[in-house]
Design a protein around this ligand. Structure first.
Ligand code: FMN
Length: 191
């Protein structure tokens, strides 16, 4: 799979098969994050990997999915939930540069996952203080994002749109998730 193929194949996945994610695959995702660009090469980010089922269930309860497509893309624990999580943290108080680093790292994680046939959901709608307490993370560290990972049980499709008002993702009559992306014509000013 080329990088361009991975960029286009990657879609946010919110429904998962109930299969464990192999440790070697999670390690490959973390390696992808490790070598990613970061501001000043400071390498501020740290990663907490959660796969132990009892802990994963409690972490899952602190995350939220697909506000526009509830409840059909609201995963259920033990039925359609992700089976692995990577919690991304940075020194507190997290700076905009740390958030930028996290964005780059998470994109690398997602592309590495796509290459391996895994799916991810980048999660910002998370209960950060509760996650901090659950994982007993030190107060010097801030939770930035969680990445939910697993074997996909849905196959969303991307489509192009020229309408900036029509960017909401949606489910069709066949329960396929559609993800509209604005065309370059809408996004780019060539000079
Ligand atoms: C910063 C950020 C936060 C996000 N938070 C959530 C979230 O809490 N729950 C969720 O279901 N999806 C979340 N997403 C996924 C977006 O909804 C998804 O990327 C968007 O709908 C486009 O779909 P695509 O990833 O398939 O291109 C988040 C994405 C980003 C970049």
């Amino acid at each position: 799979m080329t990088i361009t193929e991975a960029l286009n194949a990657r879609r946010t996945i919110r429904l998962f098969q109930q299969l464990p994610v192999r440790r070697e695959d999670l390690t490959a995702l973390l390696e992808a994050a490790r070598v990613t660009s970061c501001a000043g090469n400071q390498q501020r980010l740290r990663y907490t990997v959660v796969t132990e089922p009892a802990l994963a269930e409690r972490l899952f309860a602190l995350t939220a999915y697909g506000a526009l497509v509830r409840p059909r893309r609201s995963p259920v624990w033990g039925v359609s939930a992700p089976t692995a999580f990577i919690v991304v943290t940075a020194p507190a108080p997290a700076t905009t540069l740390a958030y930028a680093d996290a964005g780059a790292a998470i994109q690398s994680i997602q592309l590495a996952a796509t290459e391996r046939g895994l799916g991810c959901c980048w999660l910002g709608a998370i209960r950060r203080a509760d996650i901090q307490a659950l994982l007993q993370l030190p107060p010097e560290s801030d939770v930035l994002f969680v990445v939910a990972i697993g074997h996909p049980a849905e196959h969303p499709v991307q489509e192009d749109t020229d309408d900036p008002k029509a960017v909401q993702y949606y489910l069709d009559d066949h329960d396929t998730l559609h993800v509209p992306k604005l065309t370059l014509q809408q996004l780019v000013d060539w000079r």
